[in-house]
Design a protein around this ligand. Structure first.
Ligand SMILES: NC(=O)c1ccc[n+]([C@@H]2O[C@H](COP(=O)([O-])OP(=O)(O)OC[C@H]3O[C@@H](n4cnc5c(N)ncnc54)[C@H](O)[C@@H]3O)[C@@H](O)[C@H]2O)c1
Length: 355
């Protein structure tokens, strides 16, 4: 039995123009593109010093002075890789040419209203546009998808994502000025992941709360139930304030089917930012045999390797190998709708006691 964990790659990779030279570009986009052999032709950031440093580190030949300069000195067929804060995405998209191929960082705008405006703009400008929800292309997720595709664990009836870690929120200063933190910046990946396995839920029950150890931040811990009817359980549980050492930190995706199960440890969130190794265990029920878990050796992780997948989808769509990227704005708008539903559910509160 073989289990595939690599992404489908384009036959004719396009050059990439990087817009934004911040933390995630340096830590994940550019290392991933180097691994994939994708060529980054130029970079722009209003903070020119950052752009220059990034260009030097990753051998990027052109550093643009502004957007006009970028457009006048870019090759014609490129992927614009927009890695700016969610609040800035629409502003950048409005300056890109009609028909552009664009990958934008998540979130797709800061809320659902902005996500809809982004969707409308990309439609009206006939762009091939996608969102960097890369967890769905992480090697361990690709492997899970391949096991499911082969029918080896049967029909999926239970998904749980459970994260109990210590996240140093203070590293992201912009979070202190925003009314929404955990779901829109973190659990959004898990909402997108569950959707990528099960499609859109009928609704969402959620409660997201602050923590005394994170003063100045909106809610940072979340419990969500995605409603897929009466036969499927899909839960997302996150506690980012487990400040009690490493012993009980955990971070996993668990998928259960009618014929087997998969448990993936997402090591990068544990002991952040150092991380611990990922792991991938799976069990295929064999009649008359005691359950026996097997381990799959992984190659690559959520950061940075999964970033190859989101970019590869853009290039595959641009060359006509697939009708639209799996992570297209047309699809990802529903992840943003899930985020909105979760915040609304949390604000509305639970069912009151009947007394
Ligand atoms: N997919 C993921 O797993 C993941 C992980 C981390 C961050 N992110 C997202 O990536 C985005 C950026 O995060 P970061 O950590 O790199 O932030 P950062 O603050 O380190 O970098 C953002 C950069 O964008 C630049 N910028 C702002 N407006 C711009 C504009 N109009 N044109 C060009 N550049 C502009 C800033 O100068 C800055 O250098 C955020 O929205 C964040 O949610 C995604």
């Amino acid at each position: 039995m073989t289990i595939a964990m690599d992404c489908t790659m384009p036959k004719n990779p396009l050059p990439i123009i990087m817009i934004g030279a911040g933390g995630i570009v340096n830590d994940a986009h550019l290392p991933a593109y180097k691994i994939a052999g994708f060529w980054v032709a130029g970079i722009y950031d209003p903070d020119r010093e950052k752009a220059l440093q990034t260009a030097k580190k990753f051998d990027i030949p052109l550093v643009y002075y502004n957007m006009e300069d970028m457009l006048s000195r870019s090759p014609r067929n490129v992927v614009f890789d927009v890695a700016v804060p969610g609040s800035e995405i629409l502003n950048v998209l409005e300056q890109l040419p009609k028909g552009a191929v664009v990958l934008m960082q998540k979130p797709m705008g800061t809320d659902y209203a902005m996500a809809k405006a982004i969707l409308e703009w990309t439609r009206s400008r006939e762009m091939t546009a996608g969102v960097n929800f890369q967890l769905r292309y992480a090697p361990y997720v690709n492997a899970a998808r391949d096991l499911i595709r082969q029918g080896l664990i049967g029909e999926i009836c239970d998904i749980e994502i459970n994260v109990n870690v210590l996240t140093p929120w203070h590293l992201w200063k912009f979070l202190y000025d925003t009314p929404r933190v955990e779901i829109v910046y973190h659990s959004i990946h898990y909402l997108d992941l569950v959707r990528s396995f099960l499609g859109n839920p009928e609704g969402i029950y959620a409660k997201t709360v602050q923590h005394p150890g994170s003063p100045g931040l909106a809610s940072v811990r979340t419990s969500m139930i995605l409603d897929y009817g009466d036969k499927i359980r899909a839960n997302i549980l996150t506690n980012h304030n487990h400040d009690f050492g490493l012993r009980h930190q955990h971070s996993y995706i668990k998928l259960e089917g009618t014929l087997g199960a998969i448990k993936i440890k997402m090591g990068s969130l544990i002991n952040y930012p150092y991380g611990v190794p990922d792991s991938f265990e799976y069990l295929i029920v064999e009649k008359g045999q005691a359950p026996s878990w097997k381990t799959l050796d992984l190659s690559g992780s959520w950061f940075p390797h999964a970033f190859i997948g989101t970019m590869a989808q853009m290039m595959l769509a641009a060359e006509g190998s697939i009708p639209r990227p799996g992570n297209s704005v047309e699809d990802c708008i529903y992840t943003m709708a899930c985020v909105e539903a979760a915040y609304t559910s949390s604000a509305n509160g639970g069912v009151k006691l009947p007394v």
